[in-house]
Design a protein. Structure first.
Length: 558
């Protein structure tokens, strides 16, 4: 199914979408799936056709230098120089065999890796949830999404409960996007279509459902893949140099042979004998060993790359790395881990540096720091599971960072959540700038809140210090938050409302007031281990002249 520019999906109401797709909250009928598969095709991106054996073999003879050798071989056979002809033919066959074997081996490796990437998705069909291969999804299917799941197709969301997605695959930014089901203006760019979920993106937190509006090449990621496939492969620097060298040799050989022929005839030698001599001279000038030497050199480079878990499908591509002068790199997930981590925790008692891997003993934190971490655990929608003594965290990178910080400081988020039973939540929204969770604890109710520092300061009246509760020093808190932000940290403030009466209803909580400000947590997407060293190595390598990130905010100084 393709995009419809007259009335894009994000500008349609759910009531309009269902008849347009032939969809319903009960999902599609299993009996009609085969017809839709035949009409729209499988939900896959078309792969480039695998070259046949003969095509792959013939490709080994496309180099201009190899073509000169072929001509030389034919000429030597015509001259009955069978020894030379055999030598040249052997060189050609050896060169083709090495190149063919390496490229087919790489092709098999890539195909094997692709076979491991089979994705599955949960859909609603005939009123029941079931799990199918993503390739079997068709337009109109109702997809069930939850934290940690990769979106299998382009969807128009019909349910979004505290639903956030990581769209860094499309946008390059690690900030998660809050989603909605509301109808949006038709002229919005892809990045602002908050009621859509796109194929390939990840669900960072929450629950959602959506109708499939595009599959395969009709998706946004499919459009990008199609455009990339249409780009013609440019010759590598080595191929360009070999072509220039072959032209040079051709010209030199032709001039030298013609000169020798003319000189011989001029001094009275028989033309037939001088023609044979000129041809023999031309053949002798061709460097038969050069193609093999180049191929073996590239194979050695490919094997070295393989030791670093890099598969090179096209032999000349490995030489391109050696000719690189400028490296443009994406920041998120490449230079950084695409995984937020708390680096500093601040309370009125002072700052705690969390950049070191060593755990901080919980009893050494102080009451304000402990409650700051507690708020980060409880006003938090990320999921946490302990398996064999290790924690697995799924959800929004920011909220996952808060849980990781608590673990690093010696707290056990799973046990804490069991002792503070959930009663009601206020999910985060960009307009609200905070999220809150009301928890039942020791026969009372406690509200934990996290959000933007300026919003927390507006909602809080006091601050917890080693001396107890005092009036908030707004200027000091602002200064600390600004200092942390100036270091590139994303700053969140934590507050709570101590034991209070149970709210009258869990479904329509008012914005909390009279909060006690606890502290700040500053986090950042940490640099990937080895990234600085890799950039430094690139800058010392010849002929690298510069190294830049694909986003201005991601530029690095090393």
């Amino acid at each position: 199914m393709t995009h419809q520019s007259e009335q894009p999906w994000h500008a349609r109401s759910i009531e309009e979408i269902e008849p347009a797709l032939g969809a319903s909250p009960r999902g599609l009928s299993a009996s009609g799936i085969s017809d839709r598969l035949e009409r729209f095709g499988r939900n896959t991106l078309p792969e480039a056709p695998r070259p046949g054996v003969m095509t792959a073999i013939m490709h080994q003879f496309e180099s201009p230098l190899v073509l000169i050798l072929i001509v030389a071989s034919v000429v030597t056979i015509a001259l009955k120089e069978y020894f030379d002809a055999t030598a040249i033919t052997a060189v050609l066959l050896l060169n083709a065999t090495i190149g063919f074997a390496q490229e087919r081996r790489a092709e098999h490796s890539v195909r094997a890796l692709m076979g491991l990437l089979t994705q599955r998705a949960r859909v609603v069909r005939d009123g029941e949830e079931c799990e199918i291969e993503s390739a079997e999804i068709v337009p109109g299917d109702l997809i069930v999404l939850e934290s940690g799941v990769r979106v299998p197709a382009d969807l128009r969301l019909v349910v979004a409960r505290s639903f956030f997605t990581d769209e860094s695959l499309l946008t390059g930014e690690s900030t998660t996007i809050p989603k909605t089901t509301s109808v949006l203006p038709a002229n919005l760019p892809v990045a602002d279509r908050a009621n859509m979920a796109y194929a390939g993106t990840m669900v960072s937190s929450g629950r959602g459902r959506g109708y499939v509006v595009a599959t395969g090449t009709g998706t946004e990621i499919g459009a990008i893949a199609t455009e990339m496939r249409a780009i013609e492969r440019a010759p590598t620097p080595l191929e360009q140099r070999v072509a220039r060298f072959a032209r040079f040799i051709g010209i030199v050989v032709a001039v030298a042979a013609a000169g020798a022929f003319a000189a011989g005839v001029a001094i009275g030698e028989p033309p037939a004998e001088m023609f044979t001599t000129a041809v023999a001279l031309a053949v002798a000038t061709v460097p038969e060993g050069l193609p093999v030497a180049l191929t073996i050199t590239m194979v050695v480079g490919v094997r070295r790359m393989a030791r670093h878990n890099v598969i090179v499908r096209w032999l000349p591509s490995v030489e391109t790395l050696g000719s690189t002068t400028v490296i443009g790199s994406d920041k998120t997930g490449t230079l950084t881990l695409n995984q937020m981590a708390v680096q500093e925790l601040w309370t009125a008692a002072g700052s705690i540096d969390l950049t070191t891997p060593a755990k901080t003993a919980a009893e050494e934190l102080g009451e304000a720091a402990r409650l700051t971490l507690l708020a980060g655990i409880l006003a938090n929608e990320a999921e946490i599971v302990r398996q064999q003594g290790e924690y697995e965290i799924r959800g929004d990178p920011t909220e996952a960072a808060l849980l990781t910080a608590a673990i690093q400081c010696g707290l056990a988020p799973d046990h804490i959540r069991l002792s503070f039973k959930p009663y009601a939540d206020i999910p985060f929204e960009s307009e609200r700038q905070f999220s809150a969770s009301v928890r039942e604890h020791d026969d009372g109710y406690v509200t934990f809140v996290k959000g933007a520092p300026e919003r927390m300061l507006a909602m809080a009246t006091t601050m917890l210090t080693p001396a107890g509760l005092v009036e908030i020093d707004h200027g000091k808190v602002h200064d600390v938050a600004n200092t942390m932000a100036a270091r590139g940290l994303r700053v969140l403030a934590m507050a709570y409302l101590p034991a209070h009466a149970r709210p009258p209803t869990p479904h329509a909580l008012p914005d909390p007031e009279g909060l006690v400000l606890l502290g700040l947590q500053g986090m950042a997407d940490p640099i990937r281990p080895g990234a600085r060293e890799a950039i430094a190595a690139c800058r010392t390598a010849w002929p690298i002249t510069s190294f830049g990130s694909s986003s201005a905010r991601g530029s690095m100084a090393c």
